[in-house]
Design a protein around this ligand. Structure first.
Ligand code: 5AD
Ligand code: SF4
Length: 442
């Protein structure tokens, strides 16, 4: 029997890439590979890349350069690039970095084993197709390992929104939803392997409209209600949502579905109507604020998280002030903020840039406000009772760490909790990035 080969995967970017890396590891498992945490042991290195901002793409080239020595020592080592940079710049990568043996786009990775076989014959392989076949179906039936208590589950991919700054509609393609029965069977399989919480993933997850077995198209809320019936599955989350696709049934589910966690990532990007219009966001500041009000009416304790871009072309100090003002009004429990990064091929790339120093300064101001809000919300948890899904042992003896329903990390000492247990905990302290709690005895 041939020796097992080792695969090292490095994942950049969003949670969908984390999910895709797991699927690629499973696909390569069928081709005799097991994963390793060290590139030095690897027979194949795969970078699963992100193209969303310029820095993310540049990192890939510098990382590839670092493998030069390794490849010189080990000429049989195969180096592959997957993900969104592969999709957008596949041929350029092959030209610019001769070390690369294989380039695979996010829609073609079920073909990885065949591509790897080609590279073993000394032939370079590139596949950035959007094939007809369903990659998820092609990946079924691979050996299944035991899993931790939380998992991602892709339900929808791609985006038709075309925000003026964003490459996703080009790299991930048009919106496609997976059929309900396939998602349900994947969820049941995850539960059998130890998973108790799933995060449903999609670039535009709340635009989900998958085919049900009856043939009609189901909303994300309908899918969530079906997942609610899966025994052993205790928690459901979803990300990322667009404000325009927050339908009534989904808002209502936040108030009525006990497995749906009180946390919602709802990016607004900017608080200025002028900028929102130029971003082609198709919602304005007021419609977003009204939406937040309706969501909070359905689930008053929901923790909101957001994404912000500062320094979008032609953003003035007054526009930025509108964003800060919106943040003051909403109060976010978590947020991701970015300096605008011009992406070739997107409409915003044609517009005049804001001075870089100015944009950096705005980013710092915005992050300071978000950190303050995050901190206040985290501190307000002290004294409250939460449920914690335990994920791993803590650094201290006898300590366990898990996540609350609001996605706060919680350290608990003196609990008999095992990994995968859900237990009631009282929060006693708020630290820099996490909470401390004590067990509540039933
Ligand atoms: N520049 C800066 N941030 C961006 N994002 C997407 N495209 C860009 C860009 N060109 C941010 C948005 C999005 C998040 C995933 O990344 O805030 O919601
Ligand atoms: Fe990009 Fe906008 Fe689609 Fe989000 S909604 S993936 S920001 S185009």
């Amino acid at each position: 029997m041939a020796d097992t080969k080792k695969l090292y995967i490095k994942t950049y970017g969003c949670q969908m890439n984390v999910y895709d890396s797991e699927r690629m590891a499973e696909a390569m498992g069928g081709a005799g590979y097991e994963t390793t945490d060290s590139p030095d042991d690897a027979d194949m290195i795969l970078l699963n890349t992100c193209h969303i901002r310029e820095k993310a793409a540049e990192k890939v080239y510098s990382e590839l350069g670092r493998f030069k020595g390794l490849k010189a020592e080990k000429p049989d080592l195969k180096i592959g690039v997957a993900g969104c940079v592969a999709q957008a710049e596949g041929e350029e990568i092959m030209r610019r970095q001769p070390l690369v043996d294989l380039v695979v786009g996010p829609q073609a990775y079920h073909r990885l084993p065949e591509m790897e076989a080609k590279t073993q014959e000394g032939v370079k392989a590139l596949d950035t197709d959007f094939p007809e076949e369903d990659k998820f179906e092609k990946l079924k039936g691979r050996p299944k390992a035991k899993r931790g208590p939380t998992a991602f589950l892709t339900v929808q991919e791609g985006c038709d929104k075309f925000c003026a700054f964003c490459v996703v509609p080009y790299t991930r393609g048009a919106e496609v939803s997976r059929p309900v029965d396939r998602i349900l069977s994947e969820a049941r399989d995850l539960v059998d392997r130890g998973v108790r919480e799933v995060t449903l993933l999609g670039q535009n997850v709340n635009a989900y409209h998958g085919a049900s077995t009856g043939g009609d198209s189901w909303s994300l809320a309908q899918l969530i209600w079906q997942l609610d019936k899966v025994d052993g599955l205790e928690r459901i989350r979803f990300t990322t949502s667009h404000p325009n696709d927050m339908m009534d049934d989904l808002i209502e589910a936040h108030g009525t579905c006990s497995k749906l966690m009180p946390y919602l990532h709802l990016p607004v990007q900017s608080g200025s109507n002028k900028i929102l219009k130029r971003m082609n966001r198709s919602h304005d500041r007021d419609s977003y604020l009204r939406l937040v009000e309706r969501i909070r009416a359905a689930r008053p304790d929901i923790l909101l998280s957001g994404d912000f871009i500062v320094g979008f072309p032609e953003e003035t100090e007054a526009d930025f002030h509108d964003t800060m003002d919106l943040i003051e009004e909403v109060k976010y429990g978590q947020a991701f903020s970015f300096k605008y990064s011009s992406r070739p091929g997107t409409p915003a790339a044609e517009r005049p840039l804001v001075d870089d120093g100015e944009a950096t300064e705005r980013l710092y101001r915005l992050q300071a406000l978000i950190t303050k809000q995050q901190r206040e919300i985290q501190d307000s948890m002290v004294g409250r009772e939460v449920s914690v899904l335990f994920e791993k042992p803590g650094r201290l003896e006898g300590q366990m760490v898990g996540k609350s329903e609001y996605l706060h990390a919680v350290h608990v000492s003196g609990s008999d909790a095992q990994i995968g247990d859900l237990k009631r905990v009282r929060i006693v302290e708020s630290g820099t990035n996490s909470l401390a709690g004590v067990p509540i005895l039933d």
